[in-house]
Ligand binder design. Structure first.
Ligand SMILES: [Zn+2]
Length: 207
């Protein structure tokens, strides 16, 4: 359970996860009538003269589900690795992030841009072999053509908090899609530089 022992999972009206908050913040939401309790717990916080129970999972009341998403995933090294499934797009090798690198399909020396469509994950061996050549010159076939990724926000949620099957409270697991995060953290994904800005602002609640 680890670092999530004193946290509350907040769901939206569709029962999709939107935030992990401290027990104190979860209690404030509940006390203010902003959320309904989905799952109670025996965990308590202590006030001056009494203690209060704090739930494990709450659901935002009267919160319209998010309809717009800003901009999509940020263009970053980690997000390109994620899009490519942590696999070299030239030889299909998969391993720790420390042995992966990024490669321009059309080398920048030949006018290649640094975009979703021209950058792929490559292992260090392929990256060296390729050098400043194009894949056509080397006769390499890509695993799949690169494009701007469409990653499902539910699968991205655990990445923001470092949630995996190993450290998620068991009672949260039915509400989380941990498949992407389990794979990502196993190969050294760094959760710090993450992700979709829309995700972090949709609730209108600040703590
Ligand atoms: Zn390779």
């Amino acid at each position: 359970m680890g670092s999530f022992e004193r946290k509350v999972l907040v769901l939206d009206a569709r029962f999709e996860p939107v935030k992990v908050v401290t027990m104190e913040a979860g209690f404030v939401l509940m006390y203010a009538g902003r959320v309904s309790v989905i799952l109670e717990s025996d965990r308590v916080i202590h006030g001056v003269s009494r203690t209060w129970k704090v739930p494990w999972i709450v659901r935002l009341e009267g919160c319209r589900p998010r309809t717009k998403r800003l901009n999509g995933p940020r263009f970053s090294r980690q997000n390109i690795y994620l899009r490519d499934g942590f696999r070299c797009q030239y030889c299909n090798w998969s391993g720790p992030c420390s042995n992966l690198t990024l490669d321009h399909l059309i080398p920048s020396a030949k006018g290649g841009k640094t975009t979703w469509e021209n950058i792929v994950t490559a292992c260090k061996t392929c990256n060296m072999k390729k050098g400043a050549k194009t894949i056509e010159e080397l006769g390499i076939r890509l695993q799949r053509p690169p494009s701007r990724p469409h990653l499902h926000p539910t699968a991205l949620f655990p990445l923001r908090y470092g949630l995996t099957t190993k450290n998620s409270p068991v009672v949260w697991v039915p509400y989380l899609d941990l498949s992407v995060a389990d794979r990502a953290f196993a190969v050294g994904f760094d959760s710090s530089p993450v992700f979709i800005p829309a995700f972090q602002h949709g609730m209108g609640i600040q703590f």
